[in-house]
Design a protein around this ligand. Structure first.
Ligand SMILES: [Zn+2]
Length: 366
């Protein structure tokens, strides 16, 4: 059921990624109600008027808090075939989540919510805390007890209320309870079966595609993205769909990196609703026991793939990146390993252009 109407914005309607059902603009914390009723949870995505031909009009809000997010650098790694890296660590709180947080903070402010609650393993919490502060809205961060102490301190310094939990079921119950309040916008990890995060927030990731296209007008062949529930991959994919519609350009193949087979298992025949109870080790930013319809759709519709990179392999590539002076978090460095694996498999061949998404900064200790 819709929880709250989206304030007047440019969104014309919301569409289910899986079944195509459409809904009037509002917040649907459980994604598509029709799919949820069949226990096949799926996220929604924002649709704009068919007459709109301007990318700037294909975001829910024009007025978002400006802390210096977006327009992150695209770096060429001469030590790795000249592959390009979009360094999202350059965002103000050090991760891509700032793009999401800017959009949900604008949404919360415009729609009259008093507070935003986010279930976070670190990066999203810091981003939401900062942008909520900028928008004059309260932030509640539901994290795990293993969150590094400096992060908990930073969250509180930014004015967020922090609650920590020993496990996922307790945390989900807490977020779900707050999500039932009309003054609270719940943006992630609302239900035990996760369809993805708030679809207005995910729109903020489309700019990554637009920025890459502006820097490399000749086009990109492959994008490699660290992935848990596929918010980022789906947002980037949707950004390239916008470009295809307006400029007629191609959509790169999306390769999603995961710490153990989840999406890979689904692509090999497991049901999309399967739960995978396996530890991601130190790869906490891409942990999680399921994949999502949106992650699957980003891969299948773009002709991409899923790549498994375990903790140990990620640590090897993290060390290698550090020897070249890069300061990306461990989960971000899975893209380097995935790139090497995709070259080895000849999924990526000589002469093709690839962009790796380095999602976050190492300073947070995640
Ligand atoms: Zn649906």
């Amino acid at each position: 059921m819709p929880q709250h109407h989206i304030a007047p914005s440019r969104v014309a309607l919301l569409e289910c990624v899986q079944c195509g059902a459409t809904y009037p603009p509002a917040d649907y914390p459980f994604g598509c109600d029709a799919c949820a009723a069949r226990d096949r949870h799926s996220n929604l995505f924002c649709r704009y008027g068919d007459e709109i031909r301007d990318l700037n009009l294909m975001l829910p809000y024009q007025e978002v808090p400006d802390l210096g997010q977006d327009n992150t650098p695209l770096i060429r790694l001469d030590w790795l075939d000249g592959v390009l890296v979009k360094s999202e660590a350059a965002n103000p709180t050090g991760s891509h989540k700032d793009r999401f947080a800017a959009m949900v903070a604008a949404h919360a402010r415009a729609s009259g919510y008093r507070q935003i609650v986010v279930g976070s393993s670190g990066n999203a919490g810091l981003a939401v805390a900062a942008f909520a502060a900028a928008a004059g809205v309260r932030a509640v961060v539901a994290g795990f007890s293993w969150l590094p102490q400096p992060i908990i301190q930073q969250l509180r310094t930014l004015g967020a209320e922090v609650q920590t939990f020993g496990g996922e079921p307790e945390r989900t119950a807490y977020v779900a309870e707050l999500a039932g309040r009309s003054d609270t916008l719940a943006v992630s990890n609302v239900a035990p079966v996760v369809a993805g995060s708030n679809c207005v927030g995910i729109e903020g990731y489309k700019r990554i595609a637009w920025e890459i296209a502006d820097e490399v007008p000749s086009g990109i062949d492959h994008i490699v993205v660290p992935s848990s529930r596929g918010d980022l991959a789906w947002g980037i994919y949707r950004g390239f769909c916008d470009l295809q519609r307006i400029r007629g350009t191609g959509i790169p193949r999306m390769h999603l990196v995961e710490p153990f087979p989840r999406l890979s298992a689904v692509l090999s025949g497991s049901d999309l609703t399967t739960r995978f109870f396996q530890s991601a080790g130190k790869l906490t930013s891409i942990a999680g026991d399921c994949t999502t319809v949106q992650a699957h759709a980003a891969v299948v519709r773009s002709g991409g793939s899923a790549v498994v990179v375990d903790e140990r392999t990620a640590e090897d590539w993290f060390a290698r990146a550090c020897r070249h002076g890069h300061t990306w978090e461990l989960s971000s460095c899975t893209t380097l390993a995935a790139y090497a694996a995709l070259r080895e498999r000849r999924t990526i061949v000589e002469g093709e252009l690839t962009v790796l998404i380095a999602t976050s900064h190492m300073f947070k200790g995640l």
